[in-house]
Ligand binder design. Structure first.
Ligand code: ATP
Ligand code: MG
Length: 207
């Protein structure tokens, strides 16, 4: 099963990925956790370029291509081989992030970004995508708990950018059957419980 987590910065993706991993491991499942961008030696190098504050002159085209390159390597080197071995693959962000951030956020034409993502992910279409939805003021609230100095290049962007990104996710939630929208304002255990229920539903539908 291929599970992805999406949503704005600080919506709680990594928190839920960790809880789900623990749950699946306790049930004796094999689990592969993926961090986007990253997850292979080449992809991690691309991640460093993308998140380096010194790269503030990076064009939006370069940004999209680097994210896609990192992802392409991850798909062929890690995700597809793991799925073949019946491993649970959990990705903290995946191709939907490019649609939300690079297309809706950075305004690169949607058609192009969608086609590029199809080319990049091949058969690695997620079985289920958890979209943890939080309003922008919650992003700001959670972000302000972290020192400004620790925010990476992308996180320093503006509020209207986040508004557009959120609209991108809402567009995907409407369009994609695999999307499950969960309010990220619920408590951490409440969100975890909803996620487990959804995973169980898929498992039982496959028996
Ligand atoms: N449901 C929740 N309610 C309140 N706070 C939460 C919730 N889930 C996570 N948090 C807190 O919000 C912050 C961000 O959580 P987390 O790192 O899991 O988000 P993220 O989506 O992975 O963020 P990023 O996109 O920056 O990686 C953390 O301080 C975390 O403890
Ligand atoms: Mg995270």
């Amino acid at each position: 099963m291929f599970i992805t987590f999406e949503g704005l910065d600080f919506c709680g993706k990594s928190t839920q990925v960790q809880l789900l991993e623990k749950y699946l491991l306790q049930r004796g499942k094999k689990v592969e956790i993926i961090r986007e961008p990253g997850g292979t030696p080449i992809s991690e190098k691309i991640r460093d370029i993308l998140l380096d504050k010194k790269n503030s002159e990076m064009s939006i085209e370069t940004e999209l291509i680097l994210f896609s390159g990192s992802r392409s390597q991850l798909v062929s080197q890690v995700i597809l081989p793991a799925l073949k071995e019946n491993v649970f693959v959990i990705s903290d962000r995946f191709h939907d992030s490019s649609i939300a951030y690079q297309s809706f956020g950075r305004k690169i034409p949607l058609n192009f970004v969608e086609e590029l993502q199809k080319f990049v992910i091949k058969e690695a279409v997620p079985d289920i995508t958890f979209f943890l939805d939080i309003p922008i003021d919650e992003v700001i609230k959670r972000k302000s708990k972290v020192k400004q100095i620790e925010l990476d290049r992308i996180e320093l962007s503006q509020i209207d950018f986040y508004e557009r990104v959120r609209k991108g996710y809402l567009y995907l939630a409407e369009k994609e059957k695999r999307f499950r929208t969960i309010s990220g304002l619920n408590s951490i255990p409440e969100i975890h419980a909803i996620i487990i229920e959804e995973i169980k539903k898929i498992e039982s539908s496959r028996m």
